[in-house]
Write a protein that binds this ligand. Structure first.
Ligand SMILES: Nc1ncnc2c1ncn2[C@@H]1O[C@H](COP(=O)(O)OP(=O)(O)OP(=O)(O)O)[C@@H](O)[C@H]1O
Ligand SMILES: [Mg+2]
Length: 241
């Protein structure tokens, strides 16, 4: 198993956000974690990547294993460099005053001299032709959807093999949502493993192979996505009937 989250309890100070969450992601899979506002989706992703304080939620119990080894002590930059796992954060967080190209280049700082960089840049531009057209444009002048594409592109420029995505469809017009998910599907077909966090359960369950439903810090349903799509409780609570 590539990624194993076992009985994860996570706290922000005295607030417990995850109460013992377990799930797995196998190599080559697309797994989705769906849930309403405040369910703990972002917390789960941040716990896996462990961004530097003060944002970092604290893992109080449980374990996170990558290829069978605990990564709780791995430095956040090594999560990217050594494990090749990259986060596309909620709200994108790109540098608005830099151009598209500069944002993409910035993500390669840990790969200086790696000939794969040029190939990855071409791959990003093939996946998202709009980014190629706008590569010298300041990023703040991109539309929301284009900025989301840039955020995914930036993650790919780290050379990652595992993508953790925090609500990539958020705020996108339908046509851009479609473009985004088509690009993600292509990446998965090329071998990139995807853990997708979404409030848009219908979209996520159509896209992923397996899913987990997170409700206020607990997994309440799991299984192949076609099973979840026909699960009466999931339908009622997350699919609008
Ligand atoms: N920095 C923080 N300090 C304290 N509590 C936090 C912090 N970040 C999140 N929480 C709490 O942890 C719980 C889970 O939040 P989280 O952001 O993981 O939810 P989410 O599923 O990503 O929600 P959304 O769909 O709105 O993004 C919530 O109760 C939230 O209030
Ligand atoms: Mg969130």
């Amino acid at each position: 198993m590539l990624l194993e989250i076992e009985n994860l309890v996570v706290r922000y100070g005295s607030i417990e956000a995850l109460h013992g969450v377990s799930f797995t992601v196998d190599e080559g899979e697309v797994v989705t974690l769906i849930g309403a506002n405040g369910a703990g989706k972002t917390t789960t992703l941040l716990s896996i990547c462990r961004l530097p304080p003060p944002e970092a939620p604290r893992v109080a119990e449980g374990d996170i294993r990558f290829a069978g080894r605990s990564i709780l002590a791995v430095e956040p930059h090594d999560v990217v460099r050594a494990l090749k796992m990259a986060l596309v954060p909620e709200g994108r967080r790109i540098f608005g005053n830099l151009t598209v190209e500069e944002n993409l280049e910035l993500a390669t700082y840990a790969r200086r001299g790696d000939p794969g960089v040029v190939k990855d840049l071409e791959r990003v531009f093939q996946l998202f032709p709009r980014l190629r057209e706008r590569r010298r444009q300041r990023s703040e002048s991109l539309s929301g959807g284009e900025q989301q594409m840039l955020a995914v592109g930036r993650a790919l420029m780290t050379g990652c093999r595992v993508l953790l995505l925090d609500e990539p469809s958020m705020g996108l017009a339908p046509v851009l949502k479609y473009e985004m998910f088509r690009a993600l599907k292509r990446l998965n077909q090329e071998g990139v493993t995807i853990l997708l966090v979404e409030q848009n359960a219908a979209l996520a369950l159509k896209f992923a192979h397996r899913g987990y439903v997170l409700d206020t810090g607990r997994i309440v349903a799991e299984g192949p996505t076609d099973h979840l799509l026909s699960n009466e409780e999931v339908k009622r609570a997350y699919l609008g009937g």
